[in-house]
Design a protein around this ligand. Structure first.
Ligand code: NAD
Ligand code: UDP
Length: 310
C-alpha cells in the first residue's frame, strides 16, 4: 500500500513512518517542519520506499495513495499557542485538504484527534460518548476547537461523500524523539532532572494525566486503520492516572537527580484530570497498552541523555 503521513517528521509521525515501512508499505511523509525535524526521519532517506515532501497542509496537495494518516498539527501547548490562528488553520484547512484528497483518490483516512476534545472534563474517566467541556474562547481553544472541527469535517465527508474515516482520540503520549524544548510535561521534567535544573510543576501538582508510551499508541493506530466497519472516535491511551507531583517524584528517582521542585502558576484552562476509558478499544480493536510508565520513562530518559550529550 502507498500511505501518506502528514506531520510525518514529528514525534509520533516519524515513529508511524518507521512502523509502516516495517509493514512493507510505501510511505510519503509530508511535513512543514514546524515542530518536526529532518533528524527524526534522516535514517529513512536512503529507503527507496520512503519519500519526504516539505509542504504545509493548509495548502492543497495531490498524491496517489491508498491510506492517509493526518497527524500534522503542533501538539505541545507552548507550540500550538505561539501562533493560535495558524493552529486552527492547520487543523481545519489541513483536514479539508486531506479529506478532499481522500475523496478524490478513494483513500481511507485517519485523523489524529485528541483527549483535548473533552476539554477540562466533568466526567471521569472519559468515554467516547462524553461531549466535553471546552472553553471555546480560551488559550487552548485554537487546538481543542480546531481538533473538534476536524472531527466534524471527517464525519460530514463520511456521511456526504462516503469517505472511509478513522478517528483516534490520543491521550498524552511520550517517548524518544520528543523535542527537548517541546514544553510538554514528560520532556520538561526529564530534561530538567538530567540537567539538575529546577523541576517546574505548574499549579499545586495535583492535576492528573494518563501517559501512554508511543509503541503502544502506534500499535493502536494500525489496528484502528486496518479494521473494517468502524469509524471511531476511539480513545487510545494508557488508563494509569498520575498527578504531576507523582510524575515528578518518579522522574527524580529514575534519573537519580538532585533537582528541586518549584511551583509556577497553572496555565489558564489547564484540565484538572484526564484518564481514558478504553473499553471500546479493548472490545473492537483487542487493544490495550502493554508498557508501564516506569519502563517507558526509562527508555525516554536514555534517549534524552544521549540527545543532551550526558
Ligand atoms: P509533533 O509536534 O512532534 O508533531 C506534529 C508534526 O506536524 C510536526 O512534525 C510538525 O512539523 C507538523 N506540522 C505542524 N503544522 C503543520 C502544517 N501546517 N503542515 C504540515 N505539517 C505540520 O507532535 P506529536 O506529539 O507527534 O503529535 C502528532 C499528532 O498527534 C498531532 O496531530 C497531535 O495533535 C496529536 N496528538 C498527540 C498527542 C501526544 O500526546 N503526543 C496527544 C493528542 C493528540
Ligand atoms: N506541566 C507542568 N510542568 C511543566 C509542563 C507541564 O506541571 O513543565 C503540567 C501542565 O500544566 C499540565 C500537565 O503538566 O497540567 C500536562 O501538560 P502537557 O503540556 O504535557 O500536556 P496537556 O496539558 O496538553 O495534557
Amino acid at each position: 500500500m502507498r500511505v501518506l503521513v502528514t506531520g510525518g517528521a514529528g514525534f509520533l509521525g516519524s515513529h508511524l513512518c518507521d512502523r509502516l515501512l516495517e509493514e512493507r508499505d510505501e510511505v510519503i511523509c509530508l511535513d512543514n517542519l514546524f515542530t518536526g525535524r529532518k533528524k527524526n526521519i534522516a535514517h529513512l532517506f536512503d529507503n527507496p520506499y520512503f519519500e519526504f515532501v516539505r509542504h504545509d497542509v493548509i495548502d492543497p496537495f495531490k498524491a496517489e495513495v491508498d491510506q492517509i494518516y493526518n497527524l500534522a498539527c503542533p501538539a505541545s501547548p507552548p507550540h500550538y499557542q505561539c501562533n493560535p490562528i495558524k493552529t486552527t488553520k492547520t487543523s481545519v484547512m489541513g483536514a479539508i485538504n486531506c479529506l478532499g484528497l481522500a475523496k478524490r483518490v478513494k483513500a481511507r483516512i485517519f485523523q489524529a484527534s485528541t483527549s483535548e476534545v473533552y476539554g477540562d472534563p466533568l466526567e471521569h474517566p472519559q468515554k467516547e460518548e462524553y461531549r466535553g467541556h471546552v472553553n471555546p474562547i480560551g488559550l487552548r481553544a485554537c487546538y481543542d476547537e480546531g481538533k473538534r472541527c476536524a472531527e466534524t469535517l471527517f464525519f460530514d465527508y463520511h456521511r456526504q461523500n462516503g469517505v472511509e474515516i478513522r478517528i483516534v482520540r490520543i491521550f498524552n503520549t511520550y517517548g524518544p524523539r520528543m523535542l527537548a524544548d517541546d514544553g510538554r510535561v514528560v520532556s520538561n521534567f526529564i530534561v530538567q532532572a538530567l540537567r539538575g535544573d529546577d523541576i517546574t510543576i505548574y499549579g499545586n501538582g495535583e492535576q492528573t494525566r494518563s501517559f501512554c508510551y508511543y509503541t503502544d499508541l502506534i500499535d493502536g493506530f494500525l489496528r484502528l486503520m486496518n479494521q473494517d466497519g468502524i469509524t471511531g472516535p476511539v480513545n487510545i491511551g494508557n488508563p494509569g492516572e498520575f498527578s504531576m507531583s507523582e510524575l515528578a517524584e518518579i522522574i527524580l528517582r529514575l534519573t537519580r537527580s538532585k533537582s528541586k521542585i518549584t511551583y509556577q502558576p497553572l496555565p489558564a484552562d489547564d484540565p484538572i484530570q484526564r484518564k481514558p476509558d478504553i473499553s471500546l478499544a479493548k472490545e473492537k480493536l483487542e487493544w490495550e497498552p502493554k508498557v508501564p510508565l516506569e519502563e517507558g520513562l526509562k527508555e525516554t530518559i536514555a534517549y534524552f541523555k544521549s540527545e543532551l550529550g550526558l
